[in-house]
Design a protein around this ligand. Structure first.
Ligand code: ADP
Ligand code: MG
Length: 360
């Protein structure tokens, strides 16, 4: 990736309080040049506040924000070389597409002679060549969001911040735009910090995902790292498609769930309150071909649901806990499909046996 035109960001103990409300507890976070980092968390978890600290529209209550080794903590937004895209496109309805895209150039007092080419290039980047003279009102939602993107990129910022930019679009368009944004990121090489509450979106697009909860940065890692090594039950529940079941410690890497004893490939976390996190796609129907070392559970089938390309089987363990198994339907179709009421034996590899502490 071309990182010549991207910024490295360092967030050092930055926090934000509004009176008694701590919107963001102190965060330490290093973002590398050219990285795509998502801030993922439920509504109210502090994502927009953290993005606001980076953009300069929220002043921190403590700590500092550094961009490329420069302290930017108290630099006003228009003096930061940052492109910003919000959920609501925030376009000027009375201006044409071209005038909207040129706006940051005007605000930065760049020579007017340079505008036409910059606007043209920015519109080409979002595949809106030739749309300069259109009215904003005449565009579809997807086109408007592209104009907003072009406007954020027109002055070639080395850092782009996006706050749920696709959440107003319908599913199909959103998925297309996710792929476009990812490609755009590869081409531009700019550093991107992207806020979303949609885990699928975060996992699809990002190099690393930061999980926020109640104003706290709980864990940051590459998608597979969060998947395979969730720090606690909140992350395990938020990432992927998993079921959490209470477990009791037997020893350093074994737990008991009901009467079943399971071995994890990793040492158990140091907590008295443990949960087994079962990723639905890792639970296998025990067809007798699995090796001896797998963990075995059995449960009563309560429901079987086809979801197009996958088959979902709901099981009730003997202790009454519900767990879910999901596998490609083409694979299952070749076998006996479980019947409701039947007792089904399932297998879970020790590497997929993830035990997490209950989140605080
Ligand atoms: N200007 C503000 N005044 C008071 N409280 C705020 C303000 N902005 C955000 N908050 C509070 O801070 C918390 C985090 O908000 P926010 O960063 O917007 O979350 P998110 O973007 O994850 O939904 C919330 O509890 C919210 O109510
Ligand atoms: Mg928000």
């Amino acid at each position: 990736m071309n990182t010549s035109h991207s910024s490295g960001v360092s967030i050092q103990g930055a926090s934000k309080s509004y009176g008694e409300t701590q919107a963001l507890k102190p965060v330490n976070l290093e973002i590398k040049k050219g990285e795509f980092v998502s801030l993922l968390g439920p509504s109210g978890s502090g994502k927009t506040t953290l993005l606001g600290l980076l953009g300069g529209f929220v002043m921190p209550s403590s700590g500092s924000i550094w961009v490329d080794g420069k302290d930017m903590t108290f630099t006003p937004p228009h003096k930061r070389e940052i492109g910003i895209v919000f959920q609501s496109y925030a376009l000027f309805p009375h201006m044409t597409v071209g005038e909207n895209v040129a706006f940051p150039l005007r605000a930065r007092r760049l020579p007017k002679s340079t505008w036409p080419e910059k606007v043209k290039n920015a519109l080409a980047m979002v595949e809106l060549d030739g749309y300069q003279d259109r009215n904003i009102a005449a565009l579809s939602g997807g086109q408007r969001q592209r104009v907003a993107l072009a406007r954020a990129m027109v002055f070639e910022p080395s850092l782009i911040l996006m706050d749920e930019p696709l959440s107003a679009l319908d599913k199909q368009l959103r998925e297309n735009m996710q792929i476009e944004l990812r490609n755009l990121h590869k081409r531009l090489g700019a550093t991107i910090v992207y806020v979303t509450h949609d885990q699928g979106e975060a996992l699809t697009m990002s190099d690393r995902v930061a999980i926020l909860r109640n104003g706290e940065l709980v864990q940051i890692g590459a998608p597979e790292e969060l998947h395979n090594n969730p720090k606690d039950s909140f992350v395990a529940d938020f990432i992927g498609d998993s079921t959490l079941v209470a477990a009791t410690r037997i020893d350093g890497n074994r737990v008991k769930v009901g009467s079943a004893e399971l071995t994890s490939a990793r040492a158990l976390p140091d907590s008295n309150d443990l949960l087994l996190s079962i990723q639905t796609e890792k639970l296998l129907i025990d067809d007798g071909t699995q090796p001896d070392c797998v963990n075995r559970l059995s449960g009563k089938v309560t429901d079987v649901v086809y979801q197009g390309d996958s088959l979902r089987v709901y099981l009730e363990l003997e202790n009454g806990k519900a767990i879910t198994l999901r596998q490609p339907s083409h694979y299952t179709a070749a076998q006996q499909i479980p019947a409701i009421g039947e007792t089904l034996k399932v297998a879970l590899h020790p590497e997929d046996t993830i035990v997490v502490p209950q989140c605080a």
